[in-house]
Design a protein. Sequence first.
Length: 268
Amino acid sequence: MNPLPTPGPFDGLFDDAAVFPPGDLPLPQAVPAHLAHQDAWYAELVGPFLCGANRLADLAALAEPGMPVALVLPGGPEQLAPALAATAGLTVVGVELAAGARAALAAFAQLPDGVAGAVELPRGPGLFEELDVLAGTPYRAKYRTGGLAAEAFPTEAELAAFIRACAERDLPFKCTAGLHNAVRHTDHATGFEHHGFLNVLLAAADPARAEEVLAERSGKLLASAVLDLTPGQIEQARSAFTAFGTCSIAEPLDDLAALGLLPHQETP
């Protein structure tokens, strides 16, 4: 297999969630690490630095001008105005809000020009109706693909249904949690079933086969399928699956390199 050229299917895919569980890296370590990612050969693959509202003052003291930051606000719309007021000196490029779709859309009226919005919607009954509300807006859906308990991980069928629903509505989405690795696998320590980000990427390229693709555990087959994607299929996949938050930038890069999908250069 030949390494994929850039720009390619992984550009901007890895949002830096180093300060969130299970990584929990302290800000004085996470910020320099992110700045190093921005200067590295793989910089085009790394998205913004994700930060919660309670750490913005400390982040402002550590960040360099121009460092892209996305605010993660699990507390809902009431967190948005105070968080925006605390971002002086930061380059805010996105806001991720946990809320119902209508409440989030009303809150997003406060967003400055050029700041993207994503809405983390609750899983379960009513999800597709919430996606209907988001459809046709400038905003993305955010979907939780893991966490610290087994029930935080959706099944292949559940995630496939979400991906198909977004495709039917022409609604882009990002994922959060549990996607550090490229290929679907069972975590030996916890027993949790983790989705792979290559599985999600390929499911976004072909939503009709999403459940089958999400269940695939062969890295060799998934890597070959990615290399076979046409430019149009890559554009479709990435227009749908825009990014995912990962507390480790090194893990997904190491996986891609091991599968022959990145140049053989030293990863962080």
